[in-house]
Design a protein around this ligand. Sequence first.
Ligand code: B12
Ligand code: SF4
Length: 498
Amino acid sequence: MPKVTFAYPDFENMGIQYLMAVCLQNGYNVSFVYYEAENNFLNRKNKSLSFQQIAKKIIDTNPDIAAFSCVTDNYHYQLQCARALKEMMPDIVTIFGGIHPTAVPKRVLQKEEVDCVAIGEAEISFPNFLREASRGDSFKLPDKAIEGIVFKKGGKVIGEFKEGILPDLDNLPYPHKAPFVSLMKLTGDYRIIATRGCPYSCSYCFNSFYHRLRGKKDVRRRTVANVINELLLAKKQFSPKYISFWDDSFTTNKKWIREFCSLYKRKINLPFICCINPFYVDREISELLGSAGCIYVSVGVQSTSEELCLNVLNRRSKNDNIAQAIKYLQGAGILVQIDHMLGIPGDTPKKQEESVEFYNKWRPNLISVYWLTYYPKTAILDISYKQGILSDEDISKIEEGEFIKDGSLLTGGSLKNPKQYYCVYLLLNYLPLLPKWFVNLLIKSGIYSLFQINNFYIATVIPRVIISLTNKRYYHGRQYIKSFFYNLFNRFMKIQPE
Ligand code: B12
Ligand code: SF4
């Protein structure tokens, strides 16, 4: 039976958990190697990272195949791990999958350290591949093409660069969480996904690319019973303090929400959090969520310019709808976090002032401000390219997983001249903590524009810490504080003399 070792940095990863579960279901051996590459939320890289040590850990699990899952942000770390591994164990087979290799599979497969790439969801294609690869006496690359996986063999590329068969979500085993228990203890939550896909196709989001890849928009949904059963087991096995739903847009089907909320309250009864699109929020949905135990929602707004939403972000967004969503959700006792984006092509300081006025009127509990970061094959690349904002060289860099400028999504993102927006970034982060009249004064007098502060701790960390300490429902904030002290403690322990 083949032995598969997955490696992944920094986070719990549900894609890997599903793949490990289907491998185990097929009787294959699985191992997991975790490493710390960077602290995404404190914007800090791990300077003492040694890829040789990680490769050694992978080798110690005695694998036939090393499996690397990648988002664009961690692709270069994963490549370096694979490179170190190939240097130490040249015969090992490596496979790359996840959203980044799915977006640019040809580019990824060109790398010497990559033998195979998986395109899209792989719960069916990966076990098929392993089955074929282990047909002989030893594990070797298959002789025939496998749908959804492309590989290099004997100087040839075998397979088509197309996504494989999508799984029926209710038929999947529950994600294999055991290797992630220490991360789960730290965060205190159980992460679950009830739907895959989104009916929207926002230009900056990977869904804009997935819809093109699949030739259609699809939302696949697990039955309520299947979700509740997973959570019943999770309660027994892991005793989580709360549940996080990582669905792209949790409330797109009202009938499902009605059934879910009633069963969840009766059978699970733990606080939960989810992400929603304001288009799919009304009074009934808010009340259902609130009475089932939802304490916190992240609402994707991104811009209060309806024109930018329509023409650049490809979002049918109405400000009246956003205002109502905030009112109904807060009325149902739910903490409302708004996701707001800076750096959208065509944005202006004036439009941002209007956003401040809008949020000051409707007062969400938290405004999470991000800077637009370009990801491979998303529709916004075409828009920015046509407007001359991005060059061919920029697009090539983005596809290689390199930043086109030095800045994460919390410190300027891909925007080449973010400086004029530092003041609005600061103001939006502090807005929920300031009295309404004071925000009005800052905007009307223009005084706010004197505060061009781009210090990550002052602009982002301090307001988040205050909100976490003053609002019990801001679980995430307290998680970050906890992880911060945990990391600090670990670092301190490591420098202690033996
Ligand atoms: C949960 C989530 C998070 C969580 C957990 C992150 C994690 N690493 O798992 C948190 C909040 C920490 C997070 C953070 C970030 N996220 Co996020 N996140 C998601 C979200 C909503 C769900 C991911 C998920 O679990 N999907 C369900 C699983 C089943 O699907 P999957 O992961 O794609 O895995 C399947 C296939 O890809 C494939 N596969 C995956 N890996 C492998 C490996 C092998 C070997 C094979 C064969 C197949 C394979 O098979 C899997 C099973 O079908 C996605 C959106 C989405 N719906 O996918 C965004 C998403 C992945 N995030 C995104 C981004 C940008 C980020 C951040 C950069 C934002 C930030 N700076 O804060 C960070 C980066 C963190 C990091 N370094 O990993 C983007 C990534 C775009 C890109 N091109 O990279 C996405 C796609 C959202 C978007 N709007 O575009 N995220
Ligand atoms: S609503 Fe959210 S998940 Fe859906 S396409 Fe837009 S940004 Fe992506």
